[in-house]
Structure formats: C-alpha cells, structure tokens
Design a protein around this ligand. Structure first.
Ligand SMILES: *Cc1c(COP(=O)(O)O)cnc(C)c1O
Length: 412
C-alpha cells in the first residue's frame, strides 16, 4: 500500500501567501467597497527592462532558424550567462568566483528549497527569524525538523531579528550545521554589515557549518558599507553558498531566472569522514533533476549583467525604494517602531498586537492588504510587513487610507 511522506503533515498550514490570498478573496466577496489595494505580496509591478525584452525578441529569432536554433542547453546554464554573472557580480567587485561555480536556475525559491537535499538527515538547521518561509518548510518536508509546537518547529534553531536588538543580525547560540541568512532580509528589511557577515563566516568556519546566503534583494543596497555578496568576506568561499535571482532586481518574477554559487573550495565530509565537493554534488543533483532555463530567458538575463542592464536595474529598484521612502515618511509621523525600507523593498512594523488581527483590521478598515508577520517565523508575531512593490498611485492611495487609522491607533 502506498503511504505519503508523513513530513507533509508536520507543515503548520498552507503556504503563507496562499492563505492571505484566500482570506482576501473571501473578505472581498462578502464586502463591497473600494478596490482592495495590496501592499502584501512581494511581487514586482513595473514592466520589464527594455534590454531584457530586446534580448528575448532576438533570441526568439535564433530559435526560428535551424542554423541558430537551441534545444536542450547545459543544465547549469549557458556559458554566456555564467560568464556575464561572474564579470558583473563578482570580478567587478574584486571577488574571485569562476563561471563553473555558477548554477543558473529557474528561481531562488527552488534553489533555497532544494539545496537541503545535499545534507544528511541529521543536519542541525538554523535560520534568521523572521525570514522567507521556504527555508524552514523545505527542511520540514525533508524530515529535518520535529513537530510544529507553540508557533515553532522543534529541532530548528531560530536566530531572532527583533526590536530587542534593533533588528540586527545575530549568531546561533549553539553549534549548528546549516545556517540560512537572508540579507537584505525578507521581511525585516535589515541589511547585514561587513562586521556581521565576518562574524557569521568566522562562526561557520569555527563549527564547520555551511551558510546558505540568500542575496535576492542585493540590488536594493545603495550604501557601499553593506556587502552585496557574502564572498566579499575573506574565506566565505570555504563555507557559504550564495543564491541570487533576477526576480526582484530586474522584474523577472514571471520570466524565472536565478543563480546559485557553489564554490569549489566548499568541501563537506561524509559519514566516514571523507571530504566531498558540494559543487560536484550540486552539479550531479541539477543534471539529474533539472533541464535548464529557457534560452530566450537566459539571453534576457545576460543583457541585465551588462553595464547598460545594470543601469536599468538601478532605475527599476530606485522606483520601489522611492515607494519605501514614502511609506517610511508616514510611519515617522506615528509612534510605531519599524525597520527596513532603506536598502530593501520591505518595511517591518512592530504593531505590538496579534499580526493576523492587525492584517484583518487593515483589510476591513482600509481595504489594504499587508502581510502578517507570524507567517515568517516565531519572532514575526506582533509585526506586519508592508511591501514597496506596487505602482506609485497604489502606494499613495493605500497610504491615504491607512493614515487616519495609523495616526489614531499609534499617535505620537
Ligand atoms: C522573492 C524571493 C526570492 C526569489 O525567488 P525566485 O524563485 O527567484 O523568484 C528568493 N528569496 C527571497 C527571500 C525572496 O523574497
């Protein structure tokens, strides 16, 4: 008789954003009123950069003629894209990464969710809290956690990012094997400093841990004091895997293109104590389970890693950062404690009340959707996340509706 993977039963509920969408839909169908404005989901709203569009059009031209047609490409990505990533993201910042350490993929979601397959069942997991829920859920499915008890999974080391520490990045207080860090952080908007990442790398080297560094929001960093890659820290290539994506930088959420760096220097032992290259394992995994990203999409991605493409990314991310500035300005008028929105498209607000209750209150009184913090981990309770991914007009209208509610509830 077939039985299911029982780990699925440990998952506390549906994926956060599916639950929000279903609550909003139910509310909307029962309550007529002004259109609901979403500052909830982290999806981009502006059109694609023109260079990406042109590169795709050209690539489709290639696909129509037998002489330039491309069928299956290399599972790990075309050389033209891997070299463009190395040049634009690493060499230009004096970071030594080779093209054969880059794995092009269809998303940082899939990569950060799949990477756990490389590690043994006994791996002790630690992660920022709150953070992107994919890291913990994928490890629940992988069987590396206990049950969901009192808002947390047993066996997971949560590293709080909270108002107690001014939303700074801390280290695990026990030895662990795998540490997930997202910077700029989704949802807090906190950005790790060089010193914080140095401490993290020292900690990982010290206890033999591997860091999964999610840099999906790296392109929102404007202050050169904040590293844009963990490999800017000496010896990080001995202990860190870096994931990045064009989703939030170049608006590729609907196109799907990302990449993961697994440095050759990253060696991990098997149960017998023999060292193995994680890069070789990941290559083996990808060649087995993945058949590459569409050629026109990889051409579009490569166009974004030229100086002109980088300028278009800058313009696009500037738009969302301006939204964030407008949102922060309203919060400054209130007594609310908040972080983010400076080098990140998210603003994290300490509402000091049940986060789902606050979500419903804002939905009912302002018809504005925000994200309840509890969905991002135990330390997310008491907070909401506001996303700057929206059209400027929507942000302005949403803030007009939120203003009286926020000023009344959180008077300065
Ligand atoms: C949006 C997001 C991603 C991007 O995932 P894609 O699958 O590349 O679209 C990755 N990590 C975090 C933390 C995100 O918020």
């Amino acid at each position: 008789m077939t039985t299911i993977n029982n780990n699925f039963l440990k998952l506390n509920s549906s994926y956060l954003f599916s639950r929000i969408a279903s609550e909003v839909k139910t509310y909307d169908s029962k309550n007529a009123g002004a259109p609901i404005i979403s500052l909830g989901i982290g999806d981009v709203t502006q059109g694609l950069p023109s260079l990406a569009g042109q590169a795709m059009v050209d690539a489709i031209g290639d696909m129509l003629s037998p002489s330039t047609f491309r069928g299956y490409g290399p599972e790990q990505g075309y050389d033209f894209l891997r070299s463009a990533i190395v040049q634009s993201q690493y060499r230009s910042r004096n970071v030594d990464i080779d093209a054969d350490e880059i794995f092009v993929s269809d998303g940082a979601k899939s990569d950060t969710a799949n990477i756990q397959e490389l590690f043994s069942d006994a791996t002790r997991i630690a992660m920022n809290d709150p953070v992107y829920p994919v890291y913990v859920d994928s490890n629940v499915i992988g069987g590396r956690t206990g049950k969901w008890v009192d808002g947390r999974y047993e066996g997971v080391v949560y590293i709080p990012i909270s108002s107690k520490n001014n939303y700074r990045f801390l280290l695990p207080d026990v030895p662990v094997d795998l540490i997930y860090v997202c910077s700029p952080n989704n949802p807090t908007g906190a950005v790790a400093t060089k010193e914080e990442l140095q401490r993290l790398v020292d900690f990982a080297l010290d206890c033999g841990a591997v860091i999964i560094y999610d840099a999906a929001y790296e392109s929102f960093i404007r202050d050169p004091r904040f590293p844009r890659s963990i490999y800017e820290i000496p010896r990080a290539c001995e202990c860190a895997i870096e994931c990045n994506s064009l989703s939030k930088s170049a608006g590729f959420t609907g196109l799907r293109c990302a990449y993961t760096v697994v440095p050759k220097k990253l060696q991990v032992k098997d149960a017998e104590g023999t060292s193995h290259s994680l890069r070789d394992l990941w290559l083996r995994r990808q060649t087995t389970k993945f058949n590459g990203v569409a050629y026109p999409i990889q051409r579009a991605a490569a166009a974004m890693f030229t100086p002109e493409g980088q300028a278009q990314i800058r313009e696009l991310t500037d738009y969302y950062l301006k939204n964030a500035t407008i949102i922060r300005a309203l919060l400054d008028e209130t007594s609310l404690e908040f972080s983010g929105g400076l080098h990140a498209p998210y603003i994290w607000i300490n509402v000091k009340q049940d986060s789902w209750e606050c979500f419903r209150m804002l939905l009912e009184e302002a018809r504005v959707v925000v994200t309840p913090g509890a969905g991002f981990g135990p330390s997310g309770e008491g907070h909401i996340r506001i996303s700057a991914f929206a059209m400027r007009e929507s942000v302005v209208s949403a803030l007009q509706r939120l203003r009286p509610i926020l000023l009344m509830n959180w008077k300065k």
